[in-house]
Design a binder for this molecule. Structure first.
Ligand code: ADP
Ligand code: MG
Length: 322
């Protein structure tokens, strides 16, 4: 079973940034208002994710590292209209099978709980005192899967990927505070914002945000909202283009192509103006369960989704065919 878990782990987590994504999504699902990530060596030797969310009881903490023990889905109907970021119950057991894993948690009532798992071995559980919320520590990721460890890229690139991941999650969750630290240095510090505009101002600077236009578009099954930079804003990269579907940050090609369609005529190839948009669609018209990372989405009509994103951005930046 440990081997099977390690194989499955490779589907959910392939590098420190995907561990951070899964842990931070759990913190968001737990209603956290502040999330702090601490690293050693770009996450390759240590990742700590600390939140002030609702925490877990001792019983739930024990279950959380067992496979498919999600607390978020109770029926097939739930699966058709997931409102939480997690639902597969795979992340914690997968991560715990390929690292030295520790979770401490408290609901704020009674003592807290510490769960320790070493490389997928049976969990050790103990009562401890800790503040309300949850802290997960992942040490020596892939120490027991050398073939996978060999693919890690080194502190700098792994930390850069984590910064990108947190930046995307911070855009999709503007009212949550985020911090990333390593070795006493702060790589990201975003206080809780009132709304997306305020968050974007904190990230890009108030001056640049003046070159952002509000996106407000509805057509057929899709509603697209958020902000898109005018083509005149010369900086930007894919990492500053955040697209979410019903509040979930995704990386699907379909929607990114929609962005490219919108800017194609006004921006030279290879330039990516910053975008932060959410696509609202009936959950029954989109499948987020295509891949274990839940980052690929499939719409019942992919072409219509791409066209809606393109039209939404074009309308916002007031681009018209000559
Ligand atoms: P999923 O998110 O798909 O349910 P996970 O393996 O990511 O599965 O987490 C397992 C369970 O552990 C969750 O369903 C949730 O009940 C609990 N959990 C995990 N992380 C946290 C957290 N930071 N705060 C509160 N509960 C958590
Ligand atoms: Mg999860």
């Amino acid at each position: 079973p440990v081997i099977a878990q390690q194989v499955a782990a490779g589907e959910v987590v392939d590098r420190p940034a995907s561990v951070v994504k899964e842990l931070v999504e759990n913190s968001l699902d737990a209603g956290a208002s502040r999330i702090e990530v601490e690293l050693a060596d770009g996450g390759t030797t240590r990742i700590v994710v600390r939140d002030d969310g609702r925490g877990m009881s001792a019983g739930d903490a024990k279950l959380s590292v067992l496979r498919h023990a999600t607390s978020k889905i109770h029926s097939v109907e739930d699966l058709e209209a997931v409102t939480t970021l997690g639902f597969r119950g795979e992340a914690l057991p997968s991560i715990a099978s390929v690292s030295a894993f520790e979770l401490t948690t408290s609901t704020g009532e009674g003592p807290g709980t510490k769960v320790t798992v070493d490389g997928g071995a049976p969990a050790a559980v103990a009562a401890i005192g800790c503040p309300k919320g949850t802290t997960v520590t992942v040490d020596r990721l892939f120490y027991n899967v050398p073939a996978r460890r060999a693919f890690l890229k080194g502190s700098r690139p792994e930390r850069a990927a984590i910064t990108d991941t947190l930046t995307h999650l911070a855009v999709t969750n503007p009212t949550v505070g985020f911090r990333l630290v390593e070795g006493g240095r702060e790589y990201l510090s975003l206080p809780q914002a009132r709304d997306l505009r305020e968050r974007l101002a904190a990230m890009h600077g108030v001056g640049k945000v003046r070159a952002f236009r509000s996106v407000e578009y509805e057509s057929g099954a899709f509603r697209v909202t958020g902000f898109a930079a005018l083509p005149s804003l010369t900086e930007g990269s894919r990492a500053r283009q955040t697209v979410s579907v019903n509040g979930r940050w995704v990386r699907g090609d379909t929607l990114m192509r929609g962005l490219d369609d919108a800017y194609r005529q006004t921006v030279p190839a290879g330039r990516y103006p910053p975008v932060a948009v959410n696509v609202e669609v009936d959950p029954r018209r989109v499948d987020v369960n295509v891949h274990p990372t839940k980052q690929t989405v499939r719409f019942s009509d992919d072409r219509a989704a791409r066209a809606a994103v393109a039209a939404a951005i074009r309308q916002a930046i007031e681009w018209r065919p000559a």
